[in-house]
Design a protein around this ligand. Structure first.
Ligand code: ZN
Length: 475
């Protein structure tokens, strides 16, 4: 931070000398201290290094995921938080061999085959151990697949729609992702229903370094055909070859779907004072995909949420409402953790004052999105003033935030919050082997902690309720 300690002290003394007693949450001096304390601390980065370097990937049901539950719980206990492990049954899918080559295409010189770089999608079914060979068809939309339904049976379907990085570069990364992730989530099922031998999607992400991006296929028991994401370069190659004439692939994918495993939501409470029965959640998801170490998705979110308590403890600040840090289980391939929590807290939903989740990477944060009633947005002005100096004062309202883990609580009426983050390069690494600690900028991580600490503290100390979230009226 550029603000000098002298100015901070001056601001604090002016507030202390003021005639009226501000509530702690609205006290600009307290908000400034929180921001500056967060910006000076590398505690969150150290926890992220522990999680990613010592444990690594944390896919649901894996040993890494179980180790991460213990690591986060221990760190929160050390801070003096009251830790509860909430049991959650999670899917247990394990990656196997994954190879592919183009074994025939028009113009292929004798003896030549071409390797295709791909990675199985979560929940994918398996080919025979020795692989399968089948003709491949290339489509560019769900509608085209439907129109060509008669050609699908016994073939490998490729959805060749590349991620639009130019949209991501201009602040629309989420929308760019949405345009292609529908093939991974819904196109796979459509191909299975039409009798495809296997289904491939062009990777849902940027950075054209021939890097495949995994993610959930959405396929369920009874219809688990082999499903994989191919590197964008390979999807483009197959589309070019398909334009020359018929082509065939030999595909080997041997993942396994094991019985559901035992996991936990890690819930760490920092009890409040006069409103201790009311809860403000600050959270991220503890599981990650298995290819990288989930530094951005969502290790950064979990450690930022954890560091809210570290920041407040360091300042000896106690909130009025209880601050509840949650490291959610199984966001990536089931959201079972969030669903378990929402179900268990159905009758307690009115006691949940607000809920925050951060799950869009560790890029620079610009402020917050929220789904509280419109009028509530006006009450954050003192907090926004403090965050302005770090460029994080923006506040946007949406009817529905719909973040992976908060949807259930949002539907129960809980106002939800999620940071506005520069995600322009997030999908370069997201769900790939390259989502590692070195991609996280330590200064931006401090900004995340400052933003989350400010909002969590502010929400935990507000006098008036925000009002409850109401489902938007369908037009
Ligand atoms: Zn995530």
């Amino acid at each position: 931070m550029s603000r000098t300690p002298v100015l901070t002290l001056l601001a604090a003394s002016l507030v202390c000398a003021g005639a009226h007693a501000a509530t702690p949450g609205n006290d600009p001096a307290a908000l400034t201290k929180i921001r500056d304390t967060a910006m000076r601390s590398d505690w969150a980065y150290q926890r992220l290094a522990d999680m990613t370097d010592l444990i690594g990937p944390r896919l649901s049901g894996s040993a890494g995921e179980a180790a991460a539950v213990n690591q986060v719980a221990d760190a929160m206990r050390k801070l003096g938080a009251k830790v509860t492990l909430q049991p959650v049954k999670v899917p247990h899918w394990v990656r196997g061999t994954e190879t592919a080559e183009l074994v025939d295409y028009k113009g292929r010189p004798a003896g030549v085959t071409q390797k295709v770089v791909l990675t199985a999608l979560g929940g994918s079914g398996a080919t025979p151990e020795a692989g399968l060979s089948a003709p491949l068809i290339v489509v560019r939309s769900l509608e085209e697949l439907q129109a060509r339904a008669a050609e699908v049976k016994g073939r490998i379907v490729l959805f060749d729609v590349p991620f639009d990085q130019s949209m991501a570069d201009r602040g629309l990364a989420g929308q760019a992702y949405g345009q292609v992730v529908k093939f991974r989530g819904g196109g796979t099922k459509m191909a299975a229903d039409l009798g495809a031998a296997a289904v491939l999607v062009s990777s849902a992400g940027g950075a054209n370094f021939r890097l495949p991006h995994t993610g959930s296929s959405g396929l369920q028991d009874g219809a688990r055909i082999p499903a994989a994401a191919v590197a964008v370069e390979d999807a483009l190659l197959m589309a070019r070859l398909a334009a020359r004439g018929p082509l065939s692939m030999k595909l080997t994918l041997t993942p396994k779907t094991l019985p559901d495993a035992d996991s936990f939501n890690v819930i760490a409470d920092f009890p409040g004072t006069d409103k201790a029965d009311e809860i403000v959640i600050v959270s991220g998801h503890l599981d990650s995909w298995d290819l990288g170490t989930g530094a951005n998705d969502d290790g950064a979110g979990v450690v930022s949420a954890m560091a809210v308590v570290e920041t407040l403890k360091k300042l000896d600040f106690t909130p009025r409402r209880t601050i509840r840090v949650i490291a959610w289980a199984n966001e990536e391939n089931g959201t079972r953790g969030a669903r378990t929590y929402a179900e268990a807290n159905r009758t307690l939903a009115p006691k949940h004052f607000a809920a925050i989740e951060t799950d869009n990477g560790s890029g620079r944060p610009f402020g917050m999105r929220h789904s509280a009633p419109y009028e509530a947005g006006k009450s954050f002005a003192p907090l926004q003033a403090t965050l302005e100096t770090m460029g994080a004062a923006a506040l946007q309202r949406s009817d529905v935030l719909g973040t992976g883990d908060l949807s259930g609580l949002e539907q129960l009426g809980v106002p939800c919050f999620s940071p506005l983050i520069d995600s322009s390069d997030y999908f370069n690494y997201h769900h790939t082997a390259a989502d590692t600690l070195d991609k996280v900028n330590p200064d931006n991580l401090k900004r995340h902690v400052a933003l989350l600490s400010g909002y969590t503290w502010y929400l935990a100390n507000m006098d008036a309720p925000l009002g409850r979230w109401n489902a938007p009226v369908k037009q």
